[in-house]
Design a protein around this ligand. Sequence first.
Ligand SMILES: [Zn+2]
Length: 438
Amino acid sequence: MPYQQGSRLPGERASRLGHLEVMDYPLVKQLLANFNQQYRPEECNTINWSPLPAAEETLKYIFVVDGSLQQIDHDQYPYSSVSFIKTALLKLDTYALEKVDPETPHPFVIQDILRESVTSHSTILPLRNTWTEGKTIYDTIRDTIYHSICDTSPNMDGQILDTLKWIAYKKWSDSRDGLPEFQCPYGHEDQKHLTSLPYDSDKGICSVCGNEIYITDFLGFHLDMGEDSAPPTIASTYMIIHETLLLFTALRIFWENHKDLISECLFIKDGPLSIRAQYSKLVEPIRQFFEYAKTSGYPIHMMGQEKSGMFYDHLQFLGPDAPKKSFLLLQDEYIKKHIQCRPIGGAPYGKDTNYGAKLFIKQNNYHMMVLNIPFGKYKQNPQPDDLIGYTRIISTIPKIISNRYEGALLPIELANNIASLSTYPSSKMLKLFSESQN
Ligand SMILES: [Zn+2]
């Protein structure tokens, strides 16, 4: 690590002279010779892609969610870091999207579509050397996450907190259970203890230590933090959780107020339908809701699109030789063996973290995508019939394709533009703004 820039002298620049020596180092040479690179095994060439199902009626309404974040590091003493996060939800209708030219969308047409159809949320999380008076960074972050989820500004109106409670307490069902036990944020080192909150509460008092705990503590952000700093993953995890809650807010409002229309909606998430590590506590109730809605006669149509990562890379190997208008629904053994490259005997892929199955879809040579579609109860080896509303989702895709990027969907492209922090406001502006507050 080079020395950081001070107020008088510039920072130290990392030397590149050391590169030559590293490449000659015997251990580095030996390791380099043994590493495998991603390749396409013979078995993958013989895998059978299935033809896409015959088209059914397309879905009428589209909800799409996306988020972005920008970490701002102040490079002068006291070297503070904060992360700006923005998420956005768009409501679109398929009929209007069909009128958009997929090659060169007219800005006025897009403007009309987006008018009054966008809701967004923004917040800021401290990561280093930034805190509220009288509190540690640990507690400042916990408080900030709770108050950000509560967001009562006109845009959000407390709806995200309602959705978190709706999922965590399974409020669509007759259940009146409290939260499953979780580790109390006040239980440091030898005072570790479990705690819980009763049905429908936003916050409460821990029955073991008597301190105030929040419903957001249930998600476990504090397990990733230290007393005096937090890793940047806290911000990216907050963003993913908020995106998920925002999409489920649209779903919940339709479920509660327009149930007759809910099965005409397509809910789209930019990214996989999964929640990682300790945060995956939301996954099981989400799966149960999908199953419940299906058996009640109101199937929910949702999909996630992965635009990077292991599955995306694998599709780049496989896709060019696959037949047009075909799909491949990925099975547990295939994922472990060819995509994760791990022993096939281990835990089933995504058992605790995923609420959708992964599939590759090839429309033509330019439109190949990695999609996730929910399956309700977890399926290790899902079949097409297990994927909820699969045929109608697939039938809607050709109506919302964008020709501006390979494998692109217009709703996700629009949501990217709205949620993006790197272009508007610019990161320089964010930096100036956060400095002027100090
Ligand atoms: Zn406690």
